[in-house]
Design a protein around this ligand. Structure first.
Ligand code: FNR
Length: 340
């Protein structure tokens, strides 16, 4: 049953993907200064957070594993990560924890990409021992814990019990043996949530905002009866989350609804240390194959550097000093939350 669900997620996420859809990243614009430009040769994409260094501020976010078909997708994603040098996360490894015969569909992420930065992924019900098993299987450099209460609620077979998540995260932080990154799956992390995560000793909060892949809609599409009413519009976008939690003092990653290189630069300018992409890359992989995704990511990295050149930002951290303008729904959100 898990294998069927994993195949459904891939199919429905790809069907849902429309690269030209507007989202709140559009509410972030840069003030153009015609004399601010620098030489692209002086731009470095390297980023750092919590003592960890990455060559690029872009990563492939958690997607899949757990069935034969999704194991093939993981093989392709791992090859893409190896060839482009981008860090990559595994999809949820619950399937492996329940059924070790699925191990190969995840392990391929390490076998094909022996030297890359790889993140294991578990849910917030996992015990520290299970988290450690997931990390060990992948020889992972970090562990993602995903928070997906909205998805679980819409899923007929989903979880209905979330109270223990905080305590579980603390246990995992204690016992995982690698840095722990906590992520949403497309509904965003509020400032209050990021504060809790900081107190729990988490290394990074990946805001996983609204505006891209919508798991409420995906799970609604899998229901045989009874539509859920709250599939659209729930949660906060990645730009809103970054603005909301900018002063918490925990490194932030931006993800959810990233469509093109300008969105990556916007996320970095709003203070993210790195930007994650799932649906946009999955769609390219499924439609056009791993070669096309390698070309896409290589092009994105070049264009991120070009935009930084025009903005006069030598490093991703420099982007946070660029002047951005906030408008539309994002400005309303800032006003409501008392953000200057
Ligand atoms: C996901 N995502 C996800 N996240 C997670 O932590 N564990 C998982 O198993 C999955 N599975 C999954 C499957 C598929 C097919 C997709 C497209 C996505 C969520 C993903 O990591 C990300 O948080 C959201 O998709 C929002 O980012 P995008 O897709 O808008 O870039």
């Amino acid at each position: 049953m898990i294998a069927d669900r994993k195949n459904d997620h891939v199919r429905l996420a790809a069907a849902q993907h429309r690269p030209d859809d507007a989202n709140e990243f559009d509410d972030v614009t840069f003030l153009h200064h015609a004399l601010a430009g620098i030489d692209q040769a002086d731009v470095s994409l390297a980023t750092g957070f919590a003592g960890i260094g990455w060559d690029v501020p872009l990563y492939v976010n958690a997607m899949t594993g757990g069935s034969a078909k999704t194991g093939d997708i993981n093989r392709d994603l791992a090859i893409v990560a190896r060839e482009t040098g981008v860090p990559i996360a595994s999809g949820s490894m619950s399937a492996f924890l329940k059924d070790p015969s699925t191990a190969g569909t995840f392990r391929v992420l390490r076998d094909e990409n022996p030297h890359g930065f790889l993140m294991a992924n578990v849910n917030a019900n996992a015990t520290a021992v299970q988290a450690r098993r997931a990390v060990d299987l992948l020889e992972a450099d970090a562990l993602q814990i995903h928070l997906n209460a909205v998805q679980e609620i819409v899923m007929p077979e989903g979880d209905r019990s979330f109270r223990a998540w905080g305590a579980r995260i603390e246990e995992i932080v204690e016992g995982a043996g690698v840095p722990v990154f906590v992520k949403e799956v497309g509904f965003g992390l509020s400032r209050e949530t990021v504060l809790c995560l900081r107190k729990m000793g988490v290394t990074v909060a990946d805001v996983g905002g609204r505006g891209g892949t919508n798991f409420a809609r995906i799970e609604n599409g899998r229901r045989s009866s009874g539509d859920y009413g709250f599939v659209d519009g729930w949660g906060q976008s990645a730009p809103a989350c970054l603005l909301d939690a900018s002063d918490v003092g925990l490194p932030l990653f931006a993800s959810g609804g990233v469509r093109h290189p300008l969105d990556v630069v916007r996320g970095l300018a709003l203070g993210a240390s790195a930007v994650g992409v799932a649906g946009t890359f999955l769609k390219t992989l499924l439609d056009d194959g791993p070669g096309a995704l390698i070309t896409k990511i290589t092009t994105w990295l070049d264009q991120i550097a070009s935009i930084m050149t025009v903005l006069g930002a030598r490093t991703p951290a420099d982007l946070a000093r660029c002047e951005v303008r906030i408008r539309g729904g994002l400005r309303e959100f800032c006003t409501d939350r008392g953000i200057d």
